[in-house]
Design a protein around this ligand. Structure first.
Ligand SMILES: [Zn+2]
Length: 136
């Protein structure tokens, strides 16, 4: 099992708490577990549809949870209409594509302001991934 990155650590790195940061943490952890991948060097990540803030905050969560970073060049972002991330286990070539549940997207789009977003971020941090993500 991949270790859980604390919210405090994520906020120290990223600078504020928001739902997309948390989703990046959870999505990356799910992918590492599903692929049985080694963090930092055992996988690579391609993120789609997270080009602008706040959606791009997802990428910092992904870097923390997968250990794939821009500095090492094993995470990249590409343009797309909706958020999804592709994770490749470099050792056994297994891959998984993870996107957000429709229900979750609706809730994200209805968030009003920073306070609302922070409360929602804390709430989803404790949710099971099955309620948030779609795996393919
Ligand atoms: Zn952010």
């Amino acid at each position: 099992m991949a270790k859980t990155i604390s919210l405090q650590r994520a906020v120290d790195f990223h600078g504020h708490l928001g739902p997309y940061l948390v989703l990046g943490l959870l999505m990356g952890k799910l992918a590492v577990n599903e692929l049985g991948a080694k963090r930092h060097f055992g996988l690579k990540v391609i993120v789609k549809g997270a080009n602008e803030k706040p959606k791009s905050c997802l990428i910092d969560g992904l870097q923390l949870s997968t250990g794939c970073t821009y500095g090492k060049g094993n995470i990249q972002k590409i343009k797309g209409n909706s958020i999804q991330a592709l994770f490749y286990n470099l050792e056994n070539k297994k891959k998984i594509r993870i996107s957000l549940n429709k229900d979750l997207i609706g809730k994200l789009n209805n968030l009003k302001g920073h306070k609302d977003s922070e409360i929602f971020a804390k709430k989803i941090f404790h949710q099971e991934p099955a309620g948030l993500f779609k795996k393919e």
